[in-house]
Write a protein that binds this ligand. Structure first.
Ligand code: 6GU
Length: 244
């Protein structure tokens, strides 16, 4: 899968996304993560990419021309109009379902805004999806683009070398993950739950499932609506929510 990140701060994004798991996936040829510097496409002799908003108001806006030409350079190379996500607090809130859906694309453009935003006319021309990463405001779209690129990348087949881990983790089946323990067996007087040392895989699985249900009820009861739970698990949730 190929990502094209249109940004005024390519170094910020490149360093972040070419490290660890995503860096290894790129080296293995599973991902291509390319930053396109919007400033390289300005036709202004001082390399300016922003200007005052018509009608007045605070701050500066990114101008249409450099954004459009940066996007076109990508579109021409891939020979079509790519899915183009604009990261903005005015977008739909990103979630695991959208991460999976975007991972089906061969090419994905992520457009990062700065200043007070981007001239509406170029957004109308190129953007297919408006995406926010939550209800708070960032100084620019770069961190949001990195969040989206990371979450989408790990859904690309082969990126996670432990094949099962992509689907077993948090939010699959709308439950949080169960608690986990490694060596030593006792740390600061706290013992690993004995069932995990029993070697009985069926019992371990049942315990983990129960822990996931309890944890979700305690920490994210809003997720329980969507979770597929047995009658006994529903009863367990009710008990946790009563403070049991
Ligand atoms: Cl996508 N961009 C900015 N600038 N702020 C945000 C955001 C995006 N999502 C949440 N806050």
């Amino acid at each position: 899968m190929k990502f094209y990140i249109l940004t005024l701060f390519p170094d910020m994004v490149s360093f972040g996304l070419n490290t660890s798991i995503l860096g290894r996936a790129a080296a293995r040829g599973l991902l291509h993560i390319e930053c396109v510097n919007i400033r390289d496409y300005t036709k202004d002799k001082h390399k300016k990419v922003d200007d005052y908003p018509y009608g007045g108001g605070a701050g500066m806006l990114m101008q249409a021309q450099p954004v459009y030409d940066a996007w076109r350079s990508v579109a021409e190379r891939i020979g079509g109009r790519p899915r183009t996500v604009y990261l903005t607090p005015q977008g739909r809130t990103f979630d695991q379902g959208q991460a999976k859906e975007l991972a089906l694309e061969e090419d994905l453009v992520l457009l990062c805004g700065h200043y007070e935003g981007i001239d509406e006319r170029v957004l109308e021309e190129i953007v297919t999806d408006y995406v926010s990463i939550g209800d708070y405001v960032l100084t620019g779209g770069e961190l949001a683009a990195m969040v989206v690129a990371d979450a989408v990348s790990r859904m690309v087949p082969g990126v996670l070398t432990n094949d099962a881990s992509g689907s077993l983790e948090s939010f699959e089946g709308s439950l949080l993950e169960y608690p986990q323990y490694s060596r030593p067996e006792e740390w600061m007087g706290k013992k690993v739950p004995p069932i995990l040392l029993s070697g009985d895989h069926a019992k371990v699985d049942a315990w983990r499932r129960e822990q996931a249900v309890i944890r979700t009820a305690e920490r994210r009861p809003d997720l329980l609506e969507k979770a597929a739970l047995s009658e006994a698990e529903r009863a367990l949730c009710a008990e946790v929510l009563r403070g049991g």
